[in-house]
Design a protein around this ligand. Sequence first.
Ligand code: BMA
Length: 313
Amino acid sequence: MSNQHPELFRRHKLNPILSAADWPYPINSVFNPGATMLPDGTTLLLCRVECRRGLSHFSVARSVHGVSDWQIDPQPTLLPEPDKFPEELWGIEDPRITFVPELSKYAVVYTAYTRDGPGVALAFTEDFRSFERYGVIMPPENKDAALLPHRIGGNWALIHRPVSGPRAHMWISYSPDLRHWGSHKLMMESRRGSWWDANKIGLSPPPIETPHGWLVIYHGVKHTAAGCIYRLGLALFDLRRPERCIKRADEWVFGPEEPYEQHGDVGNVVFPCGYTIAPDGDTINLYYGAADTSIGLATASLGELMDWLGRSS
Ligand code: BMA
């Protein structure tokens, strides 16, 4: 018997769909991509690329069907700019993309690796060629952040994951102008003890807006004597008050099972930062980093995820 829910997320048979060997220039690894579907139906991945100095930048990969035949930018798309943005000293990581209709722009929320640890940075783009940086909007130590696509009660909303002490939980904060953030609220706590999501959780891709609430795919980190295991769980939050959790499943729905997920620079990690929804409105294509080394694709039905979450304890 599998210890997971293969009926919920199905791995693509071509996995891993992108790895260092596909890159047009020498790199160490490519993983944890943000994702979006462009208006013409093209899938765009904003990939975290680790160079052979160990620092990360972003590269765009485009594909008509979102599986193969990727057109990868010949040079890095977005490099850390520590001269202008000293917070990006040790690289930029784990981008989450949200299209914001009010601004007709894509928000890219990412980790800036500062001298004092990871912080949350924001940039906007219309074309994934030029980017307008807002700098760090949540100081260290904080990461795993994404912007909601529209205002909630007049304010923008950002989910993020500050670290305080040995435990780390998901928080949500609000802003009138995308620069000044306040009204901080605890959104979901990590559990304790030997749970799969004990002590440290974080948002994975941006939340999925459904008629029943914000569907959140989050990661839990289990510390074991053999190292950490990163797995994914589901929770649903109120549309109008997203800090209010409506439902949280006890069991994880996706975890490292395949060799390319269990072995790599950091083994036993599945880490999605983005998804696309197919034109049927139901199929979710989840793009995830596998073992901090390559990119995998898993698909699920949104309806099935919601049903399963509704039935779960
Ligand atoms: C997390 C993030 C991810 C990474 C994961 C496993 O804390 O930094 O970028 O994939 O650890 O190393």
